[in-house]
Ligand binder design. Structure first.
Ligand code: 5GP
Length: 192
């Protein structure tokens, strides 16, 4: 998606060998107009799927997931990383290793927000090694819901997440695909 690639070229910062910082439009400050455009693009790409729910993980997935929810007119559920007084019983949970934080987290969703009747579209900000998406897929399995597809804002094709999802024949749409970081610059891969 050209709009997104242009924005990454303009505002993305390459950190080390494999991390892109996009905190002025996605991960800290959020550009709502860009988010709405991403939501519309996800809607266009999954137009044939009977989506009833959008699923993501807090916190960075919430903005693009909400934009997608607005385009599909369906509820958005985000898995929480911390249990609380109001979130402790009747949960679906999965363990997720965080690529950026190098720690494992348990993610949870209240059972009342996902059921066997749901067709779910997973949305996340990044696809790296696929751990976050795998955790959400596990939760969808626990709920016996149907996975309709995975929508990613920024995929890094040089990490193994995309391959894992392709091997499971999951419909994945990534709005920007990064093939490499070279001399601090982003090299994009063609859209799949
Ligand atoms: P995965 O589970 O696919 O290994 O990593 C996905 C999660 O890690 C995303 O939800 C995102 O929060 C974080 N992440 C992975 N790679 C990057 C990156 O290059 N930049 C940023 N900002 N976050 C990333």
């Amino acid at each position: 998606m050209k709009l997104l690639e242009d924005r990454i070229r303009e505002d993305g910062q390459v950190l080390g060998a494999d991390v892109l910082k996009v905190d002025n439009f996605l991960n800290h400050q959020i550009d709502p107009d860009l988010m709405m455009a991403l939501g519309e693009e996800f809607h266009r790409r999954f137009a044939d799927a009977p989506i009833t729910k959008i699923l993501t993980v807090e916190s960075s997935g919430i903005a693009p997931a909400l934009a997608a929810g607005m385009a599909f007119h369906v509820p958005v559920v985000f898995a929480r990383k911390h249990k609380s007084l109001t979130l402790k019983d009747n949960l679906y949970t999965a363990t997720v290793y965080s690529f950026t934080k190098k720690t494992s987290n348990e993610i949870s969703i209240s059972k009342k927000f996902l059921s066997a009747d749901d067709n779910v579209l997973i949305i996340d900000d990044f696809l790296a090694n696929g751990q976050a998406v795998e955790g959400l897929i596990e939760i969808i399995g626990q709920a016996q819901a149907t996975l309709s597809g995975v929508g990613i804002v920024i995929e890094k094709t040089f990490q193994k997440g995309r391959q894992l999802l392709d091997e499971r024949q999951i419909h994945v749409e990534s709005l920007a695909r990064i093939a490499a970081f070279e001399n601090g610059q982003v090299v994009f891969a063609p859209e799949a």
